[in-house]
Unconditional design. Structure first.
Ligand SMILES: [Zn+2]
Length: 297
């Protein structure tokens, strides 16, 4: 399993190779949420984030591997820079992998045990406050068909939009970076979500990129009714940028998801961030007549 300490080690490794690393913000339990930056500081940025749901920690390792791929292949053209945020929910991941042992506050510890109903947290999705981060963003918040209204291992929307430290941290970081596009890695299902009430040219634009992502990964585009409050939803609605949730990992496997599937997942996604950012940047630069299929090989 890939844990929080492993992530910090990876960040140190990046740093020792002269690659920019930093902190997006802090979790509920005051743990740093790290990022690593690869590419040019030219204002054309992308954010790739993983492990927003605790039990999907395999996506943290995936995002680290995607960053490493870019570092190792620095001769490939990259039109901008990519901020990789491998583990958006470090507290949740630790809960999931370690149980409540690391939680210092006794009251919080007993609350978590009460919410979970058992000492095994391996299927936990929320943060250390029982908030499901991917329904805590301000985009039709609380209107989802699966939304929950009390603390839980999953689906609790929080007291209000951005009530969780992690979602506030990612929101503020995103507003600062002003990405042209974002990618969110989740587990599992091998499918892509891209819609969130886009209209006219944005609908057309976002679908075109979605179709390109689908061709590259082999995952189908899926229309999901009644899903709201996610990071991708917020990026689409409030920032008006293309944003994608990619569910990696074959559905035939159960959670806790087998790590030996990483090589398959990596193969399907390895050069996606670079290709997508290049496509978005070149598109904006008015090279549309090349056609997205020509660029997105
Ligand atoms: Zn998820």
């Amino acid at each position: 399993m890939f844990g929080y300490k492993d992530l910090l080690n990876e960040m140190e490794m990046f740093c020792s190779h002269g690659i920019e690393t930093g902190v997006v913000g802090e979790s509920e339990l005051k743990q740093h949420i790290p990022y690593v930056f690869v590419g040019k500081k030219n204002g054309d940025y992308m954010i790739v984030q993983g492990a927003m749901h605790a039990r999907e920690h395999l996506t943290a390792l995936l995002v680290v591997c995607l960053a490493k791929h870019l570092v190792k292949n620095s001769s490939l053209p990259l039109e901008g820079g990519i901020y990789f945020v491998p583990m958006t929910n470090p507290d949740g991941v630790r809960l999931c992998q370690e149980g409540v042992g690391f939680v210092a506050d006794k009251k919080r510890k007993s609350n978590l045990l009460k919410i979970n109903g058992k000492t095994d947290f391996s299927l936990w999705k929320a943060n250390a406050d029982g908030v499901d981060l991917n329904v805590n963003f301000d985009a039709h918040w609380g209107e989802g068909v699966q939304n929950g209204y009390f603390k839980s291992a999953c689906n609790y929307v929080g007291r209000e939009p951005f009530s969780a430290s992690e979602t506030r941290a990612l929101r503020d970081f995103t507003l600062r970076i002003k990405p042209l596009v974002t990618l969110s890695y989740h587990l599992k299902g091998e499918e892509i979500y891209w819609e969130f009430h886009q209209k006219s040219h944005r609908l057309y634009r976002d679908r075109r990129y979605a179709e390109a992502i689908s061709r590259y990964t082999g995952y189908p585009l899926v229309h999901l009714e009644g899903s709201v409050g996610g990071y991708k939803d917020w990026c689409v609605e409030k920032l008006k940028i293309p944003a994608y949730t990619i569910e990696v990992g074959n559905d035939k496997f159960e959670h806790p998801f087998p790590y030996d599937q990483l090589s398959v997942i990596l193969q399907q996604n390895v050069d996606l961030p670079r290709r997508l950012l290049n496509t978005v940047v070149r598109d904006r630069e008015g090279l549309k007549n090349l056609g997205i299929e020509d660029i997105f090989r």
